[in-house]
Design a protein around this ligand. Structure first.
Ligand SMILES: Cc1ncc(COP(=O)(O)O)c(C=O)c1O
Length: 391
C-alpha cells in the first residue's frame, strides 16, 4: 500500500468523523447508570427525528440484518404471506430470511439495476382479493446495484391494499428523503455503519402503530431478544432491555448531533449532489452506470461498469494499491463485473474529486484511453451549477 491514509468509498462501513471515532477510547460506562440514561434520553428522540416519526425507534445491538429479522418475526406468523419486492442482493436476502422463519413468500423480481414499480406492485396487490398478503417488504436504496425505489409511491399502494409496509432503508436513510409518518410507513430499518457515519454494530427499527398492533394482537411467537414489547418497555424508561454496545451508543449520540446540525434536507441535498457528480464524472470517462436513469439512482452508491477489455477487479486493485482508496466489488452474480463507488455518510465533494482523479489515472495505467481530468471536470461542472438539486 502507498503511504497515504486508507480511505473507504464503499457503501458501508463509511468513513468515521474524528468525533465519532474518539468515543471508542472513553472509559467503561455502566449501561444502567444515570449518566448513560442521559445519553439515551437524547439518542431516542434524535433517532425519531432522523426517521421523521413520532413512533418509537427500537435500537438493537445487532447489524441491520438483525433488525430486519426483528421486523419480520414480530409482525408475521409462520404460514402467513409476505410479498417481497426484489431488485438485488438485499431484497432477495429478505425472501430467504422470511422462508427460514416459515413465512410464505411471494416474490416480484426485476433485473439487477432496475427498480420495483408501483404498477407491478399494484397488479399483484389487486389480485390478492382474499387479503392473504399481510406485509410487503422492499429496499429503499438497493446497495448491490445502486437502484433507488420510490418509497412513497410503493407505500401508498401497500396502504391501499391494507398490508404492512416494511422498508429496508439501510443505505437510503440520510441520503434520500424518508418521511416515515407522512408517507405512512409501518416499519423502517437502518444501520449504524451507513449514513449514520458510525462503526458497524447498531441497527434501528422504527415501529408504526399498525405494526405494533399486529405484534400485540396477532403474532403468536415473536422473537425473544428482538421482541418489540420487551424492547419498547425498556426504551420507555430510557434504557435497553439487555446490555447494549455502550460505546457505539455514545458514538451514535455524537453522530446524531452532527446529522441534526447539518439538517436532514441539507444532508439529502449533499448526497444528491455527490451522486450527480459521480455519475457525471464516470460518464465523462466513457463508462456506464448500472442504473441508467438518474431518477432511479441511489444517492448513496453508484455501480459502474468497467470499459470493454478492462476487468473491474483490476481497477479496484490499482485504486487500493496505488492510492489507498477502496471501492466495493459487485455482489453475487455481479461480483467482479462492476465496481461500486460509495458516497454515503461522512463524504464530501473533495472525496468525489479524489476518487475520480485516481480512477482516471488507474484506467490510463490499465491501457484505457482517457483524457486526464475529464471526469473531475464534469463533476466540478455539476458542483458549481448545483444541477444536483433539480433531480
Ligand atoms: C440495503 C441493505 N440492507 C441490508 C443490509 C445488511 O446490513 P448489515 O450488514 O448491517 O446486517 C445492507 C448492508 O450493506 C444493505 O446495504
Amino acid at each position: 500500500m502507498t503511504n497515504t491514509y486508507p480511505f473507504l468509498m464503499i457503501p458501508g462501513p463509511t468513513p468515521l468523523p474524528d468525533a465519532v471515532r474518539e468515543v471508542m477510547s472513553r472509559p467503561a460506562v455502566g449501561h444502567r447508570s444515570p449518566e448513560f440514561k442521559q445519553i439515551m434520553k437524547r439518542v431516542f428522540p434524535n433517532l425519531q427525528r432522523i426517521f421523521q416519526t413520532k413512533h418509537p425507534v427500537i435500537l438493537y445491538t445487532a447489524s441491520a440484518t438483525g433488525a430486519i429479522e426483528a421486523a419480520l418475526s414480530n409482525t408475521l406468523n409462520a404460514g402467513e404471506t409476505l410479498l417481497v419486492l426484489s431488485c438485488g442482493v438485499f431484497s432477495s436476502r429478505w425472501a430467504d430470511m422470511a422462508k427460514s422463519l416459515g413465512i410464505n413468500v411471494q416474490e416480484l423480481k426485476v433485473e439487477q439495476g432496475q427498480v420495483n414499480t408501483v404498477e407491478v406492485l399494484e397488479t399483484a396487490l389487486n389480485a390478492d382479493t382474499e387479503k392473504t398478503i399481510k406485509a410487503v417488504i422492499f429496499v429503499h436504496s438497493e446497495t448491490s446495484t445502486g437502484a433507488l425505489n420510490d418509497v412513497q409511491g410503493l407505500t401508498n399502494a401497500i396502504r391501499r391494499h391494507g398490508a404492512l409496509s416494511i422498508v429496508d432503508t439501510v443505505t437510503g436513510l440520510t441520503a434520500s428523503p424518508f418521511k416515515m409518518d407522512e408517507w405512512g410507513i409501518d416499519l423502517a430499518i437502518s444501520g449504524s455503519q451507513k449514513g449514520f457515519m458510525m462503526q458497524p454494530g447498531l441497527s434501528f427499527l422504527a415501529v408504526g402503530e399498525r405494526a405494533l398492533a399486529r405484534h400485540q394482537n396477532e403474532v403468536k411467537y415473536p422473537a425473544f431478544y428482538f421482541n418489540f414489547t420487551r424492547n419498547l418497555k425498556a426504551q420507555a424508561e430510557d434504557t435497553t432491555a439487555y446490555t447494549p454496545a455502550t460505546h457505539l451508543i455514545m458514538a451514535l449520540d455524537v453522530s446524531l448531533q452532527m446529522m441534526l446540525d447539518e439538517g436532514i434536507d441539507a444532508m439529502n441535498a449533499r448526497h444528491l449532489l455527490l451522486r450527480n457528480m459521480v455519475r457525471a464524472g464516470v460518464r465523462a470517462l466513457g463508462l456506464n452506470t448500472l442504473v441508467e436513469d438518474d431518477v432511479n439512482a441511489s444517492p448513496a452508491v453508484t455501480a459502474v461498469l468497467p470499459p470493454t477489455g478492462i476487468e473491474a477487479p483490476a481497477i479496484r486493485k490499482v485504486l487500493k494499491d496505488r492510492f489507498g482508496i477502496t471501492v466495493a466489488d459487485g455482489q453475487a452474480s455481479l461480483k467482479g463485473k462492476i465496481f461500486r463507488i460509495g458516497h454515503l455518510g461522512f463524504v464530501g465533494e473533495r472525496d468525489v474529486y479524489m476518487v475520480l482523479a485516481c480512477l482516471e489515472q488507474a484506467l490510463l495505467e490499465l491501457g484505457y484511453s482517457v483524457e486526464l481530468g475529464a471526469g473531475v471536470k464534469a463533476a466540478q461542472a455539476v458542483a458549481v451549477s448545483k444541477t444536483a438539486l433539480t433531480v
